[in-house]
Ligand binder design. Structure first.
Ligand SMILES: [Zn+2]
Length: 185
């Protein structure tokens, strides 16, 4: 009797915790590092909008500074994911169902997942094997989830977004290697 009663509060506590903490990340190995809710648009993709592109970015900031910019409600910018240079660690900042503000083009924002890579367009030492490999795994999983072809028509550079005044990821980003990794991830 005593033992049976003792299990009740534990069960209630476990249920409460489970309800309060739904699974945060879409990519299982990602770390949840949420952007300010002022920096993206809540949505219910792919029901609300089709998701048919992945946009590749380079941060021009450190990994840590990028996360703090996304947390700052004054900055009005975010991306779904940030990949760290040194080890390919992935942070998720916006749920894939929501619309991150990364492409500088509303139509492209609505229909894409944005991935930031720590580094600078003119510093190729930031484009490490680990970063290419982990980013390619992430992009491959996104393409599989939404039925996006794993090609350069659908996995695009920020500078290829119509109206973009950004240059990232720049000419030193190895697209041939990246697309190959995405296809064999
Ligand atoms: Zn960009």
């Amino acid at each position: 009797m005593g033992a049976a009663l003792a299990t009740v509060p534990y069960a209630l506590l476990s249920g409460t915790r489970a309800a309060a903490q739904p699974r945060a990340v879409d990519h299982p190995s990602a770390e949840w590092q949420p952007a300010s809710t002022s920096n993206y648009t809540r949505s219910s993709r792919p029901t609300a909008y089709p998701v048919d592109h992945v946009v590749i970015h380079v941060t021009q900031e450190t990994y840590a500074d990028t996360l703090s910019i996304f947390r700052d409600p004054e900055r009005q910018v975010s991306a779904h994911y940030v990949v760290r240079s040194s080890d390919g660690h992935v942070a998720q900042c916006v749920r894939e169902a929501d619309i991150a503000w990364h492409a500088g083009n509303w139509d492209y924002n609505t229909r894409s997942i944005g991935i930031e890579h720590e580094g600078w367009v003119d510093r190729p030492e930031y484009f490490t094997n680990a970063m290419y490999e982990q980013s390619a795994r992430l992009t491959a999983a996104i393409c599989t989830t939404y039925g996006i072809p794993k090609d350069r028509e659908h996995i695009i550079a920020h500078h290829e977004v119509p109206g973009s005044d950004h240059t990232d990821p720049g000419p030193l980003w190895d697209w041939t290697r990246y697309i190959r990794l995405v296809n064999f991830a």
